[in-house]
Design a binder for this molecule. Sequence first.
Ligand SMILES: Nc1ncnc2c1ncn2[C@@H]1O[C@H](COP(=O)(O)OP(=O)(O)O)[C@@H](O)[C@H]1O
Ligand SMILES: N[C@@H](CCOP(=O)(O)O)C(=O)O
Length: 315
Amino acid sequence: MTKEQITIYAPASMANICVGFDILGAAISPIDGQLLGDYITVASAKQFNLTNKGLFATKLPKDPKLNIVYQCWEYFCQTLGQSLPVAITLEKNMPIGSGLGSSACSVVGTLMALNEFFANPFDSTQLLRMMGELEGRISGSVHYDNVAPCYLGGMQLILNEMDIISQTIPHFANWYWVLAYPGINVSTAEARAILPAHYQKQVCVDHSRHVGGFIHACYRQQPQLAAAFMQDLIAEPYRQQLLPGFTSAKQTLLKLGALACGISGSGPTLFAIAEDVTLAKQCASWLATHYIQNNAGFVHIAKIDIQGARRIEPK
Ligand SMILES: Nc1ncnc2c1ncn2[C@@H]1O[C@H](COP(=O)(O)OP(=O)(O)O)[C@@H](O)[C@H]1O
Ligand SMILES: N[C@@H](CCOP(=O)(O)O)C(=O)O
């Protein structure tokens, strides 16, 4: 028994959160009520077809088979062992290579829409595993820190043990996350390729202390302590060269009073944390003037989206 049409909204996400390279990520929602993410609609059809629309549709690969949405459909059919003719519409609202989990939005939205359309043949763990697999095709290696928060919502800690891929950890409900996408693109695969293959022992020790301390402070709800641990020793030292103006923006935002500041995913989006909306607006206004490079760029004040991907009424 299938439904006629299903639309899923899949939200933007910030991976890493400074301290958890490849193992921490959070879904986000702008506080002005906008839905920042992709929309995927699956409908009955005699044969498969894919339509792209939305602000960033023209930036998608020209060959439809290179669109990750097509690959999700193909993989879903292969895994199920059935050929499933459907019409898929991707509304591509997320800029590609922005550090806001654009490919994850398309992957999560498509697999969730297909699963719901065909009466949930896969459970949520199986589906999340498939999402990680597809995301890995794009970035060069499987990492769940975008797909897990996008699918499940909240702040996710990737566990990947005992068939538990990810679990929600407590976040700070009063934190405002100011996100600035400058309008240029950074390829995740390339930003991963520039990272060292090995790190020094002291870096490993400090990194473990930071991630352990951050998770501890989240559970204890100690915001200052959590923010103090938000130091990125794994990616930021190597990736900041890809982000024009990042270092000076970070210095300014911390001086303005931001609790922490870092790279969202592999960049170029920068995030800063403010404990009140007045400071969040100050940071947003500074970033709009100094960090945005062109008309494609934007700044949002966001909170963590606890719902994750969800069904919405078609527009
Ligand atoms: N539906 C899609 N959404 C986003 N990227 C896609 C999609 N289909 C294919 N791609 C390709 O996947 C790559 C995504 O780049 P990446 O830097 O990983 O972006 P992001 O970090 O924003 O997910 C690009 O080469 C893009 O052309
Ligand atoms: N942990 C990954 C996250 C990439 O996020 P994206 O939004 O830039 O795709 C990494 O840092 O490589």
